[in-house]
Design a protein around this ligand. Structure first.
Ligand SMILES: [Zn+2]
Length: 479
């Protein structure tokens, strides 16, 4: 690829190639309640227990993979979208006010990258160093590479913020980086600007590394450092090139979508076309991965490529779904879907009492609970109750098994439903308590959310918006 790196081998491995993507999926409906011990575990358990009613995909192979737009139930597809939400496992601080986090999957990537560089790439490029030197160089290279990725994502995030998007943070993970943006809609030109800045930064970073490597190589000093910098330059060029492939939700696909959006004045149609290309590219990668694994006996590279293709395929479908949902949920408020004045139960009664006086008397699947002073103290669901063994029910108070208020999403009646979906971990298991000031005025159950989503799916898409004004509805969150 370049002559400034001694021992540069043009074909490194597809592992590095496939590794260095930044899908920047802006994964849909990013959560606002990521706190430890929050709703997540409960929600997932609930999902399993409720599986007869909602076949929530526990893997992303749900309806998105089978048929991205024709699943049996909207809520399943939204749940599948949620699956791809990139969770921050470890927050490492803030840059320019933007929270930077690491996902646990990054550890796998870090290990594979470091092992590949220290065990194979550097020793064969510049032999004669101690193993420790290769390991130190490999760790430095991988850290610098992640710093480059971070710069790319920061570019997206800072420009997005300047253009009025809310930035929830940046997470580095297995396949690169994700800038989690949501908030107000943007226009096609804003999307273009937010998108192009990422690859531009990556190319600039690559050039900087290449120039330093070239200077050091000319001076004939620090051959291992030269190789390291050369690798960084190459991988950043590859990163930029890969991201510019017009396969949504890669950056190139976003550019294509923005151009189609400008041309057709229809964001949804533009998204559909770009997402179709994204899925096609995902299939190509999956087939490439399979052939690599089985025909070339390169199992790790093949699996890697296949998983990457699968991710892109699913992410493209998710993004399209998100755009469509946000269009069709425009104008739907919490008040439209909530059950008003839900039956509440005292939190000090026993589970047995609760079953006798509430669960078997009323029709709800969950009950807000109040304390002795009449204050709302949490929410208990029938699933929480069924998890308690019958012999223990007489001696267990309801408040012990209930979800606390911090584990339940709260909303106001006039909040947009789409904003509430942003808040919940998994709409297939989420209960939302609706308060007007201090007063509980309603509750939204997963059934209500599912019904609203199904109805939204039946609605005609909203009016065509060019988005030029920057105020077009229904574009929240995906750019
Ligand atoms: Zn990007």
């Amino acid at each position: 690829m370049a002559s400034w790196t001694p021992g540069n081998r043009p074909k490194r491995s597809s592992f590095q190639f496939s590794f260095t993507i930044c899908p920047r999926p802006y994964l849909a409906l990013s959560s606002l309640n990521d706190g430890p011990g929050s709703y997540g575990a409960t929600a997932r358990n609930g999902a399993r227990r409720r599986s007869r009613k909602f076949t929530v995909p526990l893997s992303p192979t749900g309806s998105i993979l089978v048929n991205p737009l024709c699943g049996p139930h909207e809520i399943e597809r939204v749940a599948a979208v949620q699956f791809w939400k990139m969770r921050t496992s470890l927050s490492i601080g803030r840059i320019a006010g933007i929270e930077i986090g690491l996902n646990w999957s990054l550890a796998i990537a870090f290990f594979l990258f470091t092992a590949s560089l220290a065990g194979e790439v550097f020793p064969s490029d510049v032999p004669g160093y101690a193993q420790t030197a290769y390991i130190v160089a490999a760790i430095a290279a991988v850290l610098l590479f992640y710093a480059s990725l971070l710069a790319h994502e920061l570019g997206h995030a800072i420009v997005a913020r300047r253009l009025g998007n809310r930035v929830d943070g940046i997470t580095l993970w297995l396949f690169g980086g994700v800038a989690r943006l949501s908030g107000d809609s943007v226009s096609d030109s804003a999307e273009l600007r937010i998108t192009l800045v990422g690859p531009a930064i990556t190319i600039a970073v690559a050039i900087v590394f290449a120039v330093i490597a070239a200077v050091l190589a000319t001076l004939n000093v620090f051959p291992l450092t030269v190789d390291l910098l050369g690798w960084l330059a190459r991988i950043n060029f590859i990163l930029a090139a890969f991201n510019l492939i017009p396969a949504f939700p890669l950056d190139g696909g976003r550019v294509l979508r923005a151009l189609l959006w400008r041309f057709t004045h229809d964001q949804l149609r533009a998204t559909s076309i770009a997402a179709w290309l994204g899925r096609a590219f995902g299939v190509v990668l999956i087939l490439g991965g399979l052939s690599m694994a089985f025909l070339q006996a390169s199992l790790i590279n093949g699996v890697w490529l296949g998983v990457l293709g699968w991710f892109l395929f699913s992410a493209a479908g998710s993004q399209e779904l998100q755009t469509r949902l946000q269009r069709s949920l425009t104008g739907v408020t919490v008040r439209d879907v909530m059950v008003p004045d839900p039956v509440t139960a005292p939190d000090w009664i026993t589970v047995d009492d609760f079953v006798a006086r509430y669960a078997t008397v009323h029709r709800a699947t969950a009950y807000p609970i109040r304390d002795f002073n009449g204050q709302l103290s949490g929410l208990v669901t029938l699933h929480d109750v069924s998890a308690i063994a019958p012999p223990r029910r007489a001696g267990t108070q309801v408040r012990v098994i209930a979800r606390s208020l911090t584990q339940v999403a709260l909303a106001r009646p006039d909040d947009a439903l789409i904003d509430v979906l942003h808040q919940v971990e998994d709409p297939a298991t989420a209960y939302v308590l609706v308060k007007d000031g201090d007063r509980l005025v309603g509750m939204v159950s997963p059934e209500d959310i599912g019904r609203a989503l199904d109805l939204a799916g039946l609605r005609q898409p909203g009016p065509v918006t060019t988005g030029r004004s920057g105020t077009s509805p229904g574009t929240v969150g995906d750019v």
